[in-house]
Every structure is written in structure tokens, then in C-alpha cells.
Unconditional design. Sequence first.
Length: 257
Amino acid sequence: MISYIGRHAALYDIFYQDKNYKKESEFIHKYFRHNGHGSALFEAACGTGNHAFEFEKLGYIVTAIDNSPDMIQEAGRKKLEKKSNVSFSLASMSELDTNKFHNYDYAMCLFDSLGYVLTNDNIKNTLCTMYSLLNPDGIFCCEVWHSAAMLKGYSPVRYKQWTMDDTELIRISETSLDTISSTAKIDFTILELHKNGAYTKMQETQNNRFFSVNEITYFLTEAGFTDISIFDSFTQDTHINDQTWHLLCFGHKKNTK
């Protein structure tokens, strides 16, 4: 299933304008530089390119993909504005052509995007693909929702509002959990209310997987990754508890030569 379709993609950067992409990128960069080498970086589920642009500033040669045509269009528009050299492509991380994408020093899938592939088989296949993209001694990084926090503290309904010139933007998120499949269903309703009395309404449903520490460790290990490290989001804290909403995971592809 494709997420962020049409106008939803165009509004994406407004919805996440407070997200600190720079800080997140610098945290991952420090881990990469301390534990790896090289500058070729692959990003799966890149969205509108915010992390990709930050990593380019840090000296990486970035290849980025997303399966949403509208998100890739937004990323391409920003690329022109920024005069960036990031290579954006429309592609799905669960059905990736490894003849086209290969030989990276690092790969990453952030902002809980791995969960969009949902099923055990798709997760295994996607992580095996990420492993195959990497050079020996390459490093993979992914960020996923943490099941303990989701099950204990998720919000059934969330409401957020933004003011833009002559428009009020409202997003309502209605979430339900399936504890058997460890997935969250989020129904988004987005309203754009204009001062002249006109309004537009759009709706989109997304489904995303959440993981325990043991689950994501198992999936990474099954894909071949070793020396796995898991942090409480973008911090050095490795003490994971039910207040940890996001797991930031690193796995290494060992050089077998």
C-alpha cells in the first residue's frame, strides 16, 4: 500500500516541520563515522528527502527511494530548489532491483517506515535486500515503532492544527491497534479551511507495524546483520522501556574475507 498520496504528500513538510532532521542525521552520522567507512549511502522510504539532504550536507553521496510518486515528486522539486545532487528514484524497498541499487557503505530506513511492509515475510525480505545492497563492513540503520510504548500509551484520536496565511490546516488521526499482527491502523482526515469559506477534505488510511526489541533483533539477525545496537530513539540511551516510542537500530554486514 502506498502512503502519502496527492495533496497529503504536498502537506507532509508542514505536518512534520518541528521534526529535527538535522539532529537525527548528525546522530546517525556519528555512529556511521565511528563504526564504518565510505560515503555511499542508500535511503529507503525517503519521503520528501529531508534526511537525504541533511546527509548530503554531511558529505555523503546519497541515493534515495520511495514508493509514493507524489513524495518523490516533492523530493525532486526540493532537489531543484536546493541544487542538490541527491539521486531520487521511485521504487519500493520490498521489491527492489538489486541490479540497479548496490555497493553502498551505509543504508537506512527511518521514521518508522520499515513497518509499512507489515508482514513477517515482507520484513525479512526487505532486510535481506538491505543487507545485499551493502558492501562488506557496511552498516544498516532503521527506526521502528516500539510495541511496549504503543500498547501502553497510544492515542486513539489525535488532533493537530496549523495556520498558513489564509488557511487553517487540521489533521485528525484515528488509531486502532491489532495486537495479533502488531499493527496500527491510522485513519487520517485532513481539512484545509480557507478564509473565503471554502474548504477541502481528504482522507487516507495507513497501516504500520510495531516491534519489540526481541522481534527487530531477530529480523535483523535473520537477514545476516551482526553487532546489533538498539537505542532509545536518537539518544545514546540503550535502556529500553515502555516509555521508548522509537527504536533506533544498527546492524553490521561483516566482511567475511
